[in-house]
Design a protein around this ligand. Structure first.
Ligand SMILES: *Cc1c(COP(=O)(O)O)cnc(C)c1O
Length: 421
């Protein structure tokens, strides 16, 4: 790929078309239904709709629900859908098939893991996390710390390792988001996991921006626990259930607090006493949101034979191209790069800051280039490698340039904040 920035050797639109011609996973785009004319750069918030999902839901509703009714839990294999979807995700995150299950939201699963993990380290009182972690992670960490009589130490990313070392033999738990939702910065999963475990602590990784974008190696890093999102890069649809990973060695010792009948060793024995299921099924609480689980399962077909290393190469290249074009085309327009410059340290998104970021993003969205805005001043562009093309990056930057040069962003209608940004 061309990364030369000298004015004499500018990147052209034709260059980006050539990159698409050489893209080994360009065909994956055909697996999605995408709105004509739009350039969708927000797969990091809500993934696009894969072909096959509507069809699967139609069968699930019209046949399995309408006609099969209660029989469909068995006859249509509804009941094991959380395990099947978990198994499909496991390959993408370097886990065994039976160490991952789909249920609830990240927030709820994080609660289960935090309490469960702290119960495994009753004599240790410190939880280390990051200032600026995703809000749900921060809120739940803080609440669980309070409830369990622990101290939550949130530090800036550069000080995480030091905070781990300082906690020493009082370190119970480290909870981090592998790829940051705003900056896209990537943590060293293997290094932090080992550092924590050498001190006797446990780690919970949030893979919201990693699953489906990055060749995560949970078992390769000896990870303890993880959660991740179904509706972002896994394309499971709005509010799709999340997934949860527990390393097999913790199945016996981990006791999560949201005990419900679906996590019971024998859910249909209807016993008085709770007895946790000996497998990953113990992470379940109540009945699955079945239609949503089936939608996610169908969406995961997209990734069936995808080599995650190849996909990762593409999203790094898309990000590099975007940054080079921002420098080439928007150099003096007040944008600052808010993501790491080196692709290896950056996830599947590039964030820019600009003091008029909100209005600029609304004006760009009005032109059909859909990114998003994160307070206070971040314009976020997500590059879901299965469906974003190199030429889309060229066209997006051209739109941003036009919005800036014409002053199009500077209108009242683009400055009014809406409920969801
Ligand atoms: C999107 C996201 C979540 C979402 O949590 P839900 O409870 O599933 O809505 C959590 N953590 C991070 C880091 C995220 O990016």
């Amino acid at each position: 790929m061309k990364t030369v920035n000298a004015p004499s050797d500018k990147i052209t639109r034709a260059d980006t078309e050539k990159m698409d011609g050489n893209d080994p996973i360009a065909h994956l785009r055909d697996r999605f239904i995408l709105p004509d004319g739009d350039i969708y750069l927000d797969g990091n918030s809500l993934g696009a709709l894969p072909h096959g999902v509507m069809e699967r839901l139609e069968v699930a509703v019209k046949e399995e629900w309408a006609h099969g009714l209660i029989r469909s839990w068995n006859d249509a294999d509804w009941y094991p859908a959380p395990q099947r979807a978990g198994a499909a995700i496991s390959r993408l995150i370097g886990a065994d098939k039976d160490e991952v299950i789909v249920c609830d939201s990240i927030s709820v699963n994080l609660y289960k893991l935090l309490v469960g993990a702290l119960r495994m380290r009753p004599d240790r009182k410190i939880i280390v996390s990051e200032i600026g972690n995703f809000p749900t992670d921060v809120y739940i960490n803080a609440e669980v710390a309070k409830m369990m009589g622990c101290e939550l130490r949130c530090v800036i990313p550069e000080e995480v390792e030091q905070a781990i070392d300082e906690a020493g033999d009082n370190l119970a738990l480290v909870q981090l988001t592998h790829i940051h939702y705003k900056s896209g910065r990537v943590y060293d999963m293997a290094g932090i996991t080992k550092r924590t475990q050498d001190l006797g602590g446990l780690v919970i990784w949030d893979l919201a921006h990693s699953a489906g974008t990055y060749p995560v190696q949970l078992n390769g890093c000896n990870a303890d626990f993880a959660v991740g999102c179904g509706y972002k890069y896994l394309n499971g649809g709005p509010g799709a259930p999340a997934f949860v990973f527990v390393a097999r060695r913790h199945f016996e010792t981990m006791n999560q607090p949201l005990v419900g009948w679906h996590g019971h060793a024998e859910p249909f024995a209807f016993t008085q006493e709770y007895k946790p299921h000996p497998t990953i099924d113990q992470m379940l609480t109540g009945t699955a949101s079945q239609l949503a689980t089936l939608a996610l399962e169908a969406a995961l077909e997209v990734f069936k034979d995808v080599d995650m290393n190849v996909l990762r190469q593409k999203n790094m290249a898309l990000g590099d191209l975007f940054i080079s074009l921002v420098e080439q085309e928007l150099g003096d327009m007040g944008f600052t790069l808010a993501s790491p410059r080196e692709a290896e340290r950056r996830g599947s998104q590039v964030s820019l800051t600009h003091e008029e970021g909100y209005a600029i993003m609304q004006a760009v969205i009005a032109r059909g280039v859909v990114g998003d805005f994160r307070a206070p001043d971040i314009l976020r562009f997500g590059f879901a490698a299965p469906y974003v093309r190199y030429v889309d990056i060229w066209d997006s930057v051209a739109h941003i340039r036009e919005v800036m040069e014409s002053g199009e962003w500077d209108q009242q209608k683009f400055k009014e904040k809406r409920a969801v940004t």
